[in-house]
Design a protein around this ligand. Structure first.
Ligand code: CUA
Length: 401
């Protein structure tokens, strides 16, 4: 363990300088000897060449000296690597997800971003995973280059000492978008960093507190578990079978239904559950309910377009899709909605209309809906929630108006 003020950069730079220094010294020494011998043993002074048969002392010397030098190179390199693996206690953990072809950063409060925001002078622990192929997280300013391998969690750390932006690159060839797979480390002073972290995250934690304080969490799980009541994770937008007056009806849960069922839970009950929930009429304010809905993944009308754009940015869509109509690795988002597209299905080409269903399908199962003329390289985005997909689709639609 190192102290909080330690910075591995010094160790790595020392290893680098040592190797460069030794190499230059050897280069100069050999060049000098070559010139010296050329002059000293030139033919005009030494017409008869000498025949020398081995020299045990010299042979041992030129074997042992390089071994010692290489050993020191190894030692300094190894201590730099060790410094990057010994994370100081109290480091701030940030999850790094690599995928074709973007970086996603997730903070301890659940906030996500596509640039790596960090506070000044604090050790930052990065836990790296890959969703698809091998990538390599390369941040030259912090001397970090670490492979990100699918199915394996790895880690490293660094400590920013100056406010500013620093390059992040992918240093392992990972397909067509490899060269575009870059991002930035943004080092902010501590107060600014925490202000940034809270913004957008604040409502979430408030909604979370309300959800727990009102006791919702004792009957409703948020992780897919069936408790006394239905699981509420991403409930808004989910198609559900409800029992109304003893009859089954199918309904897509929207915010209105959600509000109603908080105030009048017995009216329409999700099939398979008992009608045991008490009414919260008069207990929860509309505003508090907004917070809870926000926490559960709902969102207000007016935020949709901005959010869709943010999600597209966060998910790295723009590495392959432009918004100005120009062709990149994939088709442009501009004018895509409701346009006619030729797609390849089982080698036959079919003309379809890029409507909402098509766009959703091609986010979830891109390989089945390849637009003619493009390669089948888009990864499926199965982790997106229904709401996020809806926001994305709305955003794509907005680019065709
Ligand atoms: Cu990711 Cu190259």
């Amino acid at each position: 363990m190192y102290s909080l003020s330690f910075n591995p950069i010094e160790k790595i730079d020392f290893a680098f300088l040592f190797i460069i220094g030794v190499s230059f010294f050897i280069l100069a020494f050999i060049t000098f000897l070559m010139i010296y011998f050329l002059v000293k043993y030139r033919r005009s002074k030494n017409p008869e060449p000498a025949q020398i048969e081995g020299n045990v002392f010299l042979e041992i010397t030129w074997t042992i000296i390089p071994i010692i030098i290489v050993f020191f190179m190894f030692y300094f390199g190894w201590s730099g690597l060790k410094a990057l693996r010994n994370v100081p206690e109290g480091a701030i953990r940030i999850d790094v997800k690599a995928r074709m072809w973007s970086w996603l950063f997730e903070y301890e409060n659940g906030k996500k971003s596509n640039k790596l925001y960090v506070p000044l002078d604090k050790p930052i622990l990065l836990e790296l995973t890959s969703e698809d192929v091998i990538h390599s997280f390369y941040a030259p300013a912090f001397r970090i280059k670490i492979d990100v391998v699918p199915g394996m969690k790895t880690y490293t750390w660094f400590r920013p000492e100056k406010i500013g932006e620093y390059e992040i690159l992918c240093a392992e060839y990972c397909g067509r978008g490899h060269a575009d797979m870059h991002s930035k480390i943004v080092a902010l002073d501590e107060n600014k960093f925490y202000a940034w972290l809270k913004e957008g995250g604040e409502h979430v934690s408030e909604g979370k507190a309300l959800f727990e304080n009102y006791g919702c969490s004792s009957c409703h799980a948020l992780n897919g578990q069936k408790l006394i009541g239905p699981d509420l994770k991403n409930i808004i937008g989910k198609e559900t079978i409800l029992i109304k007056d003893g009859k089954e009806i199918k309904k897509v849960i929207d915010e209105n239904y959600f509000r109603e069922s908080v105030f009048f839970p017995e009216k329409e009950v999700v099939k398979g559950f008992d009608s045991v929930m008490p009414s919260y009429d008069g207990q929860i304010s509309e505003e508090e309910l907004d917070r809870i809905i926000e926490y559960l993944g709902g969102e207000g009308e007016e935020q949709k377009e901005v959010k869709g754009h943010e999600i597209a940015e966060r998910e790295g869509c723009f590495s392959c899709h432009t918004t100005d109509g120009s062709v990149s690795v994939g088709p442009s988002f501009k004018g895509l909605f409701n346009s006619k597209q030729k797609i390849k299905i089982d080698k036959t080409i079919k003309t379809i209309t890029a409507d909402e269903d098509y766009i959703i399908d091609s986010i979830l199962n891109p390989s089945e809906y390849i637009v003619d003329g493009f390669d089948n390289i888009m990864p499926p985005y199965k982790d997106l929630t229904d709401n996020e997909i809806k926001a994305l689709v709305d955003y794509i639609k907005s680019l065709s108006e």
